[in-house]
Design a protein. Structure first.
Length: 222
């Protein structure tokens, strides 16, 4: 049974998520503040944490930093903060995904399943990944249909394909592909993503696999 720790200072959200998750056979613990969340995570060792950013004692980003000091447990941030800066800060701190309030329970459950699948799979990373009409050979660096990519395009695509369903922040991609001094050069990234879509998406104007999360980053949707 998957253990889920829900951290939120709104009692009605804690209750609703406890009921919905338990009904789907998750084992659930709750915490109403950041200090309790950190203690509960250390004592109970959850498989997944759903974390609100607006906590009464600690900022949620500080909680993420505290967790990432000792655990790689997946974290889905749940917050009413609409500012893109808060979302990026949470992702850069180590969150795996971000759901904005008000949210649909079905969407949250889908995100939980996706994160759980990624982190529970212990088998080696796949050498080949299907992307629409193409098969990408990550080991051989080839793509069916005689598609050719530049080294930079490969680097970006590989980062996304190795984390299916995961939201990868612009900052993370820019840092890993170009270096820390390029974290503000988001126009580089937009240009390269447009090139990748022209080469790999059936309709580059309406991508279904290389998805933009506005103001935050990109996601590979299998």
């Amino acid at each position: 049974m998957t253990r889920v720790l829900v951290v939120d200072d709104e009692p009605q959200i804690l209750r609703a998520l406890r009921i919905n998750l338990a009904a789907r056979h998750y084992e659930v613990a709750v915490a109403a503040d950041g200090g309790t969340a950190l203690r509960e995570a250390a004592d109970w060792h959850p498989d997944l944490i759903i974390l609100d950013l607006g906590l009464p004692d600690l900022d949620g980003v500080d909680v993420i930093h505290g967790l990432r000091g000792w655990t790689s447990v997946p974290i889905i941030v749940l917050s009413g903060r609409a500012d893109g800066h808060d979302k990026i800060e949470a992702l850069d701190a180590g969150a795996d995904d971000y759901v904005t309030k008000p949210f649909g329970v079905d969407e949250l459950l889908a995100r939980i399943r996706a994160v759980t699948r990624r982190t529970s799979a212990q088998e080696p990373e796949p050498a080949r990944v299907r992307l629409g009409e193409h098969v990408v050979d990550l080991a051989g660096k080839t793509i069916s249909g005689d598609v050719r990519l530049t080294p930079t395009e490969w680097h970006i695509l590989e980062l996304l394909l190795r984390h299916p369903g995961k939201l990868i922040s612009q900052r993370q991609i820019l840092t890993e592909v170009w270096g820390a001094q390029y974290v503000k050069e988001t126009h580089y990234l937009r240009q390269y993503m447009a090139q990748l879509r022209r080469k790999l998406e059936r309709d580059p104007a309406r991508p279904v696999h290389l998805i933009t999360e506005p103001g935050m980053g990109y996601r590979f949707q299998p």
